[in-house]
Ligand binder design. Structure first.
Ligand code: PGA
Length: 254
């Protein structure tokens, strides 16, 4: 089995002091062996990011950011430059998280530009896709996912040295304590792969990894990652406390 990827998304849930405390705990708990067996990532809020970056240096835990702008620099008040994220050793860049789609009205046309800029800056985009409860009820889930993937990746050229991650996160499963069925996540991963074939003509598809996200816990992680179609997990709530997050990461080693 290939090495799995587990990325924690701290959202806007911790104070700077709490982020520092959890990062220090993580540093204590992550063994070299664990960091070699799983690709581990943490995406703190922007203000904690420089401090967390310093603490996690040389631990094998990679840093992630929760968004970035679609250009390197310019007159974009309040935005975050991907170039400056690289300065703080960011590796992953979460894009189009459902909370940004919902609260910041982000759409996949804008996300498309962000992906191109992120790749150019040597960041690994973690593109979030997923249906709402209503879209699911109306039987439109697969179509919605296909459209999200295809709009976000239109014209994107992935070079052999670049990586792309797609996180399938059903909106209704996020923070609800109710994860989707592993079989359904597997089915959706196949739908995503099919969409990738259509949109990334000629790209090396094994370079694209697929994660599941939405109420992942130490208890259910194994049921998702044991299928070869799912390369890991994007974790919110269960990543906020270092001990729980480490327990979850250990369960993803098959
Ligand atoms: P959750 O969040 O694990 O708390 O459901 C996942 C996410 O929003 O990425």
């Amino acid at each position: 089995m290939e090495k799995k990827i587990v990325i924690g998304n701290w959202k806007m849930k911790l104070t700077v002091e709490e982020s520092v405390k959890q990062a220090k705990q993580l540093k204590k708990l992550v063994t070299g062996k664990l960091a070699k067996s799983v690709d581990i990532g943490i995406a703190p809020d922007f203000l904690s990011l420089p401090l967390v970056s310093q603490i996690l240096k040389n631990t094998g835990v990679k840093l992630g950011a929760q968004d970035a702008w679609s250009e390197d620099f310019g007159s974009f008040t309040s935005q975050i430059s991907p170039v400056n994220l690289k300065y703080f050793s960011c590796h992953y860049l979460i894009l189009a998280h459902s909370e940004r789609r919902q609260f910041a009205h982000e759409d996949y046309v804008e996300v498309n530009k962000k992906i191109i800029t992120a790749l150019k800056n040597d960041l690994t985009p973690v593109l979030c896709v997923g249906e709402t409860f209503d879209e699911r009820k109306e039987g439109r889930k697969d179509l919605v996912i296909m459209q999200q993937v295809q709009t976000a990746l239109k014209g994107v050229d992935i070079k052999p040295e670049q990586n792309l991650i797609i996180a399938y996160e059903p909106v209704w499963a996020i923070g609800s304590g109710q994860a989707t069925q592993p079989e359904e996540a597997r089915h959706t991963a196949l739908i995503i792969k099919q969409s990738l074939i259509d949109v990334l003509e000629g790209a090396d598809l094994p370079l694209v990894k697929i994660l599941y996200g939405g109420s992942v816990t130490p208890e259910n992680i194994e049921s998702f990652v044991k299928t070869k179609e799912i390369d890991g997990a994007l974790v919110g709530g269960a990543s906020l406390e270092a001990g729980t997050f480490i327990e979850l990461i250990k369960k993803s080693v098959l």
